[in-house]
Design a protein around this ligand. Structure first.
Ligand SMILES: *Cc1c(COP(=O)(O)O)cnc(C)c1O
Length: 393
């Protein structure tokens, strides 16, 4: 037993992603807890302002989580029952579920085989008179072909809601993600670039979208005198559409403000670890490292390798389990959304997006987060080389 343990690359489990929380973050939360407002206070607005400045957008609206934020974006984009919204299958279910919340129909466009991002040509082919919006996802932090998508969207009068849950701090042709699409969503879940525990935020340059998002986030209620249809007096407020309680608390926002100060540092560490991985994995024919386009800078939420199954004697599952056994917290991003039983029951069938299906069969996500050490990075490299050599044909 002792021997068997000794032969493992790692003795302790290394997750694929994890938050970085330091004393400044903890103090920021304590300060709010001692203040007058736990929610609907000044911290949320401060956070929104700082966040919008960071991504070069005019406005930001914070939500209780990224999924709620996507729901808000679909609402203000005017998605209604019967409307179609084109998105990618290579994403978390939330990118498509937000369309279903509005009674719309997600239409899945296949991915590009190199970037794993949505294929613009496929998007074009799927546009119908019912199409209202496109939800491209900046997979692993690498921005989609935004210029092409925005130009198609303009021609067909579509709203572009960019799911940038992976892409905080990324740039596209020297422009910040968050300042480009009609609306951009960022998730503030602990595995993402920075966290508020749970949290999400939409950035936009459109004042009308901004005001509607604020109202939607809080029951569809407004207190702004200029917007009221009636006015009974100073106590009066009006619910003008069916909204939700999707508010972010001041506790979360204070944590967010504190985290935002460090986000550039977080991304720098991620980039450094990616270059260490790239260097170590260069030249292996059993798997390929992520593709990097030259005109955009990923902010590296995930490091996804793709196995060359023909060069291996083992399956993806065997390689995955062997890495898990080495205490490397591997993962798979993503199971094509429409493989989910709920989507299958809605009538989506396997075979819909062959590229996404083929990529899904061969990908493994390796650990990548700023709170891991260089030693951890080396452990991952050692384990990958060991297991891949074991299964090399
Ligand atoms: C994390 C994530 C979401 C959802 O964000 P939550 O804050 O967890 O609700 C949506 N889309 C993608 C691609 C994500 O990775």
């Amino acid at each position: 037993m002792a021997d068997k343990h000794h032969s493992l690359v790692r003795q302790t489990y290394l997750p694929y992603g994890k938050q970085w929380i330091d004393d400044d973050d903890i103090q920021a939360v304590i300060d709010v807890l001692k203040s007058d407002y736990l929610t609907t206070g000044p911290a949320v607005e401060r956070f929104e302002k700082a966040f919008s400045q960071y991504v070069d957008a005019k406005y930001a609206v914070a939500f209780s989580n990224g999924t709620a934020a996507l729901h808000g974006a679909c609402f203000v984009a005017g998605i209604e029952p019967g409307d179609e919204v084109i998105t990618t299958p290579m994403t978390f279910v939330a990118s498509a579920n937000c369309v279903l919340y509005q009674g719309g129909k997600p239409v899945f466009a296949d991915i590009n085989q190199r970037t794993y991002n949505i294929d613009v040509e496929k998007v074009k082919q799927l546009i119908t008179p019912k199409t209202r919006a496109v939800i491209p996802v900046d997979f692993t932090g690498q921005p989609c072909d935004l210029d092409e998508l925005l130009s198609i969207a303009k021609q067909h009068n579509l709203v572009v809601i960019e799911d940038a849950a992976h892409a905080l701090g990324a740039t596209y042709k020297d422009r910040k993600v968050g300042s480009i699409s009609d609306m951009t969503m960022f998730s503030l879940h602990p595995v993402k670039h920075m966290t508020t525990g749970e949290g999400g935020i939409i950035t936009t340059n459109n004042k009308d979208y901004y005001e509607k998002l604020v109202q939607f986030r809080s029951h569809g209620i407004t207190r702004e005198r200029s917007k009221l249809l009636h006015d009974h007096g100073p106590w009066y407020y009006e619910m003008q559409h069916l909204g939700f309680n999707y508010r972010m608390t001041d506790i979360q926002a204070a944590l967010g403000l504190s985290q935002l100060k460090k986000v550039e540092q977080f991304i720098k560490i991620r980039k450094k670890y990616v270059s260490i991985y790239n260097e170590a994995f260069r030249g292996w024919r059993e798997f390929v490292s992520p593709f990097q386009a030259l005109d955009r800078q990923s902010s590296w939420h995930l490091y996804v390798i793709r196995l060359n199954l023909e060069a291996l004697t083992g399956s993806r599952k065997e390689v995955f389990e062997a890495l898990q056994h080495e205490n490397i917290g591997v993962n798979v991003h993503y199971i094509p959304v429409y493989y989910q039983p709920y989507y299958q029951e809605l009538g989506y069938q396997k075979g819909l997006c062959p590229n996404a299906e083929e990529v899904y069969e061969a990908i493994i996500t390796l650990p990548l987060f700023p709170a891991m050490s260089e030693r951890d990075v080396q452990d991952v490299i050692t384990a990958v080389k060991k297991i891949i050599s074991l299964y090399s044909r």
